[in-house]
Design a protein around this ligand. Structure first.
Ligand code: PEP
Ligand code: MN
Length: 267
């Protein structure tokens, strides 16, 4: 089990308590209160999920796609925590998002792939997050540039934010690929050698873009000693308003998790 001797964060505490992988699950987007709560109850029943994710402000590549419910969905996440005890996470892209999410008791924030590419935006987020103590997860930038990913982590660290995790969600590529975003496994491994104190998580949903690729990608991540997984889950994946092809029901997630071969297991 990899250890994080120098750090005591939301992520490392959970890893120390239960062993890896840290498990994050929830819908790509919060759509309705009923959908969010149904997902959370299904995940709670699995008994091993560490953090509930749901996107509220969705940075879609093209206009006209579902761009998220916005602030109206924040109380839905509060209800998830009140009813299931699961801590919650959402994506933030502006200082206003940070302020609103923290005001509504969201436990963990993440910076998405389309924001990590922009040093101005990352710096604004770092300034807004400074002193809040909020745990932050940083997805890799959409393009295969490990320096931008490292630079975002450095901006946060320089703002005094040490409660960090990195998420590998794959990289855009021109080359034909079976993946939605090519994993290019050597890039996150390079990041890990530069930031050994920061847990590295894998997002098989956005790498694969397809349900049938979740298991092999997650297995590869575990074989490479990743510290956790983030997998999108929805009670009715085919009708999801975003990323329908890659989401799975909480029940299917449970099957995937039981099919994985774990190198380190606390029990
Ligand atoms: C997401 O997690 O739903 C998302 C938008 O991911 P990414 O920033 O990796 O594209
Ligand atoms: Mn998504």
């Amino acid at each position: 089990m990899p250890a994080f001797p120098a750090s005591d964060t939301f992520f490392t505490r959970r890893l120390a308590a239960k062993g890896n992988p840290l498990l994050i699950a929830g819908p790509c987007s919060a759509e309705t209160e009923a959908q969010v709560l149904a997902t959370a109850r299904g995940l709670q029943a699995l008994g091993n999920i560490d953090l509930f994710r749901a996107g509220i402000w969705k940075p879609r590549t093209r206009p006209g796609s579902f761009e998220g419910m916005g602030s109206v969905a924040l109380p839905w996440l509060q209800r998830v925590k009140a009813e299931t005890g699961l801590p919650t996470a959402t994506e933030v892209a502006t200082p206003r998002h940070v302020e609103e999410a923290l005001h509504h008791g969201i436990d963990v924030l993440w910076i998405g792939a389309r924001t990590t590419v922009n040093p101005f935006a990352v710096q604004e987020l770092a300034d807004a997050l400074a002193g809040t103590g909020a745990p932050v997860m940083v997805k890799n930038p959409v393009n295969p540039d490990v320096a931008l990913w490292a630079g975002a982590l450095e901006r946060l660290e320089r703002a005094g934010i040490s409660n960090l995790a990195a998420i590998h969600r794959g990289f855009s590529t021109f080359a034909p690929s079976r993946y939605r975003n090519a994993p290019t496994w050597m890039l996150p491994i390079e990041l890990k050698t530069r930031f050994p104190h920061i847990p590295l998580l894998c997002d098989p949903s956005h790498i694969g873009g397809r349900r049938d690729l979740l298991l092999p990608i997650a297995q590869k991540a575990l074989d490479l000693d990743y510290d956790g997984l983030m997998i999108e889950t929805h009670p009715d994946p085919d009708h999801a308003l975003s990323d329908a092809e890659q989401q799975v029901t909480p029940q299917r997630l449970g099957e995937i998790l039981s099919e994985l071969k774990y190198r380190y297991r606390s029990s």
